[in-house]
Write a protein that binds this ligand. Structure first.
Ligand SMILES: *[C@@H]1O[C@H](CO)[C@@H](O)[C@H](O)[C@H]1NC(C)=O
Ligand SMILES: *[C@@H]1O[C@H](CO)[C@@H](O)[C@H](O)[C@H]1NC(C)=O
Ligand SMILES: *[C@@H]1O[C@H](CO)[C@@H](O)[C@H](O)[C@H]1NC(C)=O
Ligand SMILES: *[C@@H]1O[C@H](CO)[C@@H](O)[C@H](O)[C@H]1NC(C)=O
Length: 405
């Protein structure tokens, strides 16, 4: 009896210590403190075809990850969205967290933070296994990215509890860590994986929010809204900040942001960028995001084994881009040597990131180079631009100055 009471007490005190979902006011205080601006992209290192290859000890490449993070810093990125994998954790929790710490150290070195993603049921490899990963198919986008958890666990809700220690341990370990921006508990639940709208995803989604919250994170929790999915009310009821994926042109982007504003919480677009027919570019979408004061995180980074430069229709049977690759990269931003796919695009990103490299304001003599606080002279800026990917430009009208803080 005494033991039973004691157990209850422990349970009760644990529940007491779990934090509440933030109020919109708390969420705005957090959002407004993120300086200069939440902007970045997804990070799967170019040598990895999926999350397992990125995180397993045998293939974890800290140097390459550091290098590819540094490319992002040149564009003024402040965040990378990074997918994790439960199997790698369960094989060696300490090793996995230590590799996470290594990545966080690199991010911190370049003034950036991580938005970690736990679960994802939207990928071709539905039953991933540890060890050597399958070879990506040529000219197919995202051909071996992996489910997490696997189908065996996902489809049997009585097994979901197996995942609880993973979430509690990882969130708990980094709960007070300022190098973590936020936790994305489940990528696009119920959207369009191979088991489209599997209700087991909604059950797991509710649980992962609760587990993560019980670890008392100082960072916000979220899961990207895809609108007409059964997961929507679970996401909006449990997210501290609203995140959303928007692959559309300008007109629809604006409409969807307005739809998200109904929740009266800060908004982070955690996926955009789809060049070509979808018309989601840095040049048209990023300025709008900034205008609406939403965080902006693109998809793709350094072209590599995930082949996110290939369009979604490369998945379709009968389509092969091996012989005739598309003329435009669909996603991804950098070549492997660190040269941007498009210099003009890189320049737009830098300018919109508030501390534009190579820009100089005639109005107030404000100069800024590569996000350093020390102002540089116009001559220095011109010289720096020669060796970087920028073109020195004079900002001399109100609109241009308005995006310079
Ligand atoms: C599925 O994942 C769990 C961990 O989440 C693991 O324990 C189990 O062995 C995996 N099952 C298969 C068939 O790979
Ligand atoms: C986080 O901070 C809280 C409050 O100061 C503390 O109780 C908790 O142990 C800390 N967690 C970690 C992992 O440092
Ligand atoms: C979301 O919250 C609303 C209002 O509290 C509640 O009526 C609804 O049942 C909740 N839905 C889910 C799926 O949690
Ligand atoms: C800007 O710099 C120029 C030359 O360095 C100087 O002549 C001018 O007075 C400065 N303008 C302001 C507003 O400080």
């Amino acid at each position: 009896m005494t033991f039973y009471l004691y157990a209850l007490l422990i349970l009760f005190s644990q529940q007491l210590s779990a934090r509440d979902i933030w109020t919109p006011e708390q969420a705005w205080t957090w959002f407004n403190a993120q300086k200069p601006y939440i902007m970045g992209t997804e990070l799967t290192v170019s040598s990895a075809a999926n999350q397992l290859e990125m995180w397993q000890a045998e293939t974890f490449d800290a140097d390459l990850i550091d290098k590819e993070i540094s490319y992002g810093s040149k564009l003024g990125f402040t965040v990378f969205r990074i997918f994790l994998h439960d199997l790698v954790y369960f094989k060696d929790p300490t090793g996995f967290k230590s590799r996470m710490n290594t990545v966080l150290n690199s991010l911190e070195k370049y003034g950036m933070k991580a938005l970690f993603v736990f679960f994802d049921s939207e990928n071709p490899d539905t039953n991933p296994t540890l060890g050597q990963q399958p070879k990506p198919l040529p000219a197919k986008c995202d051909s071996v990215y992996a489910y997490t958890p696997n189908m065996t666990i996902l489809n049997d809700p009585s097994k979901h509890e197996i995942l609880k220690p993973y979430i509690i341990d990882v969130v708990g370990t980094f709960a007070n860590d300022s190098r973590v921006l936020a936790w994305d508990v489940y990528n696009e639940p119920g959207f369009s994986g191979s088991d489209n709208r599997n209700p087991a995803q909604d059950i797991l989604l509710q649980l992962v929010f609760e587990w993560a919250r019980s670890a008392n994170p100082t960072q916000p929790l979220t899961s990207p809204v895809m609108f007409n999915t059964p997961a929507l009310p679970i996401q909006t009821n449990n997210s501290d900040v609203i995140s959303v994926h928007i692959y559309t042109d300008v007109a629809k982007f604006e409409k969807l942001i307005k739809t998200c504003q109904q929740y009266q919480r800060p908004i982070i677009v955690t996926e955009f960028l789809a060049r070509g027919p979808i018309s989601s570019y840095f040049s048209n979408i990023l300025p709008l995001g900034k205008q609406y004061n939403v965080g902006m995180i693109a998809w793709g980074h350094v072209v590599g084994k995930t082949e996110w430069n290939m369009p979604w229709d490369s998945w379709n049977k009968g389509v092969s881009y091996v012989e005739y690759p598309p003329t435009v990269w669909f996603q991804d931003i950098f070549r492997q040597d660190g040269e941007p796919y498009l210099r003009e695009e890189a320049q737009i990103v830098k300018r919109l990131n508030g501390c534009p490299l190579g820009y100089h304001s005639k109005v107030n003599n404000w100069t800024c180079y590569n996000a350093y606080d020390t102002p540089k002279s116009w001559a220095d800026v011109q010289a720096a631009c020669q060796s970087d990917w920028s073109y020195p430009v004079t900002i001399n009208n109100a609109f241009e100055n308005s995006d310079v803080k």
